[in-house]
Design a protein around this ligand. Structure first.
Ligand SMILES: C[C@@](CO)(OP(=O)(O)O)[C@H](O)COP(=O)(O)OP(=O)(O)OC[C@H]1O[C@@H](n2ccc(N)nc2=O)[C@H](O)[C@@H]1O
Ligand SMILES: Nc1ncnc2c1ncn2[C@@H]1O[C@H](COP(=O)(O)OP(=O)(O)O)[C@@H](O)[C@H]1O
Length: 310
């Protein structure tokens, strides 16, 4: 068994649409969304220690070591597996994804940590057990452990695999951080979108629905609105998650390249644009075994909220 794993990917996600359909008794919002994995993300290195210590060995601006989702994920796994409490790790985190960008960077880092340390420590948790652990860190974490593009309900933890278009995305970072809590706590947020069924959008979820968080984010953070206005000239531009990033899909890589280039000469030095390819599976998926998966890799019916998987 290896004691070091380098360059472990933590891919970004997009929310191709995001509907707020209600609110739980504890105030958390009920969502329906399609999560799309991208081939761009953060990258982490893991070196095993045998003294039970978990350290982050790189600086992450604005995130103290003890509150980093990576460190919290590692400690959570350590606590969950009693005979692994002597197992530790040094973890290097190379951030590529902006914080408060709606790309799920922190959640993806946490998921990569759970998947990789479960493997390196030989902790033996299966996919479902790791997803349940991940949910304690954030609503997006189970999706990254699930490892496939997914229709999500609840707060994001009820997942069903969904087929999405193979395409290129241009992601535009407007240069602001949007705190998720600020959007969900807004009195202007609409919370009554009609629930949809997975069969409503079998072919083209890039064009389906809307992002209910977008109007509030645009109002509170005008740079989000400006970025959307600019990107809309090239297609159906949307915000991902609670923002701040906005995105647009392209069938051809050269079209995505042209938009990335155009974004660099708009007189918005704070903008950062890049392209990413849609991917079907999390690159670390092979490190996990799933109890309830059938041979085709789909989740079994009882976890799929009764919907038919595309
Ligand atoms: C909106 C989404 C969509 O994928 O992603 P991001 O844009 O953050 O990437 C997620 O639901 C983000 O979920 P999660 O990562 O758990 O959100 P957090 O930042 O922990 O939530 C901050 C606060 O927002 C509120 N919140 C969050 C999620 C939710 N479904 N309902 C809520 O009301 C809660 O008050 C919570 O304390
Ligand atoms: N490893 C991490 N990477 C990014 N953010 C982290 C990390 N650990 C904790 N956080 C906290 O989580 C917040 C949300 O970050 P992130 O998940 O990247 O954005 P979003 O939820 O908008 O997709 C950050 O502002 C930061 O305070």
């Amino acid at each position: 068994m290896a004691s070091v794993l380098k360059n472990c990917p933590a891919p970004a996600k997009l929310n191709l649409f995001l509907h707020v359909t209600g609110r739980r008794a504890d105030g958390y919002h009920l969502l329906q969304t399609v999560f799309q994995l991208l081939d761009v993300g953060d990258s982490l290195d893991f070196s095993l220690r045998d003294d039970g210590v978990i350290r982050r060995v790189t600086e992450v601006e604005g995130v103290p070591e003890d509150s980093d989702l990576v460190v919290r994920a590692a400690r959570l796994l350590q606590q969950a597996v009693p005979d692994k409490r002597g197992a530790g790790a040094d973890i290097a985190v190379r951030k590529r994804l902006p914080m408060g960008g709606g790309l799920g960077g922190g959640s993806s880092d946490a998921a990569t940590t759970l998947i990789t340390l479960n493997h390196l420590w030989q902790a033996g948790l299966d996919r479902e057990q790791l997803m349940a652990l991940g949910l304690r860190l954030g609503a997006d974490v189970p999706f990254f452990i699930f490892g496939r593009n997914a229709f999500a309900e609840g707060v994001g933890e009820a997942l069903a695999e969904v087929r999405t278009p193979k395409c290129w995305y241009v992601v535009l970072e407007p240069g602001v951080q949007v705190p998720t809590a600020a959007i969900f706590s807004s009195p202007e947020l609409t919370r009554d979108s009609e629930p949809v069924r997975i069969t409503d959008f079998p072919e083209a979820p890039t064009r389906f629905g809307k992002n209910d968080l977008q109007a509030v984010a645009e109002k509170l953070f005008p740079p989000v609105s400006e970025a959307l206005k600019w990107l809309r000239q090239y297609g159906d531009a949307r915000m991902t998650g609670s923002g701040a990033c906005v995105f647009c899909a392209f069938a051809q890589e050269r079209d995505a390249d042209a938009v990335v280039q155009a974004a660099q000469s708009t007189g918005h030095p704070q903008w950062k644009a890049w392209k990413a390819r849609s991917i079907e599976r999390h690159p670390l998926s092979h490190l996990l075994k799933s109890k309830s998966q059938n041979s085709s890799g789909m989740l079994s019916q009882d976890r799929m909220t009764g919907n038919t998987v595309v």
